[in-house]
Design a binder for this molecule. Structure first.
Ligand SMILES: [Mg+2]
Length: 322
């Protein structure tokens, strides 16, 4: 995206101007200073383009010095590039991030501006229903660290029983678990998860049943906005067309906040008993509980239907009126 020659030129000039910061405190000070420089350049741009000013007449087109406006925009670019370099990023990093962010902006635009939910909605959870979080996470752990035989045994057990992964089930301390999660969330791993069996077919099926497909996930998108990009990328990669991606740590509260946008809910699918409960409390007529492990006690509520695959849901939905 950015010509490496330009990138290198800026880096070389910065290095000539001042020694590279050695301590974290020096780096912080320099980053703040450059951010202020960039903001100053923005003001200079507004001034040079003659588009701003309390006493300016903005109703007629002035004579603009475009040569100078371009210089001001380049100054912003120079500071911006310097900031990228101070953060330790490469032109390739910024190029990748550009394309990911673009996909998100486009998806959001379509979802928020162009798609109005006019059909009954199929509410579908993401991890454990469409995306195989457990398999992806465990594969990633094996690839990134060499687990001790004991840890490997634990991982295999989690893989088999599909219990929730946390510090306890993984046998690590809370700070270690935090660090592992942080790395998983910040290195694009949600974009790499494998699909659950029949996920693509299921999304297509919902569309053919005349539904709008709304994915509702509890991925921590508030703390990690980049996960939204990874999620959009994942749907594109697996050629699944979804109408909205909604996020919320509490799915009933999320639904309540967008109630005016939902004409009708056909059904909801989730694998987590907390969300099954929330969908039920919200009043969803059919809540499919995708169970991965054994179920000791079946739910008492008749609206909650336990299934062990997406195929089973397709089958039940197809024969619902018979
Ligand atoms: Mg889930």
């Amino acid at each position: 995206m950015i010509d490496p020659k330009i990138w290198e030129d800026q880096a070389e000039f910065n290095a000539q101007m001042r020694p590279l910061p050695e301590t974290h405190a020096e780096r912080v000070a320099l980053i703040k200073e450059f951010t202020l420089h960039q903001m100053t350049e923005m003001a200079e741009f507004l001034d040079a383009a003659q588009v701003f000013g309390a006493h300016r007449r903005l109703d007629t087109e002035p004579l603009v010095n475009h040569a100078n406006v371009k210089r001001q925009l380049i100054d912003q670019f120079k500071y911006w590039m310097s900031l990228c370099q101070m953060m330790g990023y490469t032109p390739a990093d910024m190029g990748d991030t550009y394309w990911k962010k673009t996909a998100t902006v486009r998806q959001r635009y379509v979802a928020e501006r162009l798609t109005t939910l006019t059909k009954p909605v199929a509410l579908i959870d993401l991890d454990g229903v469409l995306a195989d979080f457990i398999e992806g996470f465990i594969q990633w752990i094996f690839a990134r660290m060499n687990p001790s035989p004991q840890a490997a045994e634990r991982l295999r057990k989690i893989y088999k029983t599909r219990e929730f992964i946390n510090a306890t089930s993984l046998g690590v301390s809370i700070p270690e678990w935090e660090a592992i999660q942080h790395e998983f969330r910040t290195t694009g791993q949600f974009g790499e998860l494998p699909m659950m069996p029949h996920a693509q077919e299921f999304v297509q099926f919902c569309r053919e049943q005349g539904c709008h497909v709304v994915v509702i996930t509890s991925r921590p998108i508030d703390q990690y906005p980049n996960i939204y990009d990874d999620t959009v990328e994942w749907f594109a990669k697996h050629e699944m067309k979804v109408d909205k991606i909604w996020w919320g740590p509490n799915k009933a509260e999320k639904l309540a906040s967008v109630k005016h946008l939902i004409p009708d809910i056909q059904f909801a699918v989730d694998d987590d008993d907390r969300y099954i409960e929330q969908f039920h409390l919200y009043g969803v007529r059919r809540v499919y509980w995708y169970r991965h492990g054994e179920l000791h006690e079946p739910p008492k509520q008749k609206e909650i239907v336990v299934v062990s695959s997406l195929l089973e849901i397709m089958n039940k939905e197809e024969h619902r009126h018979e």
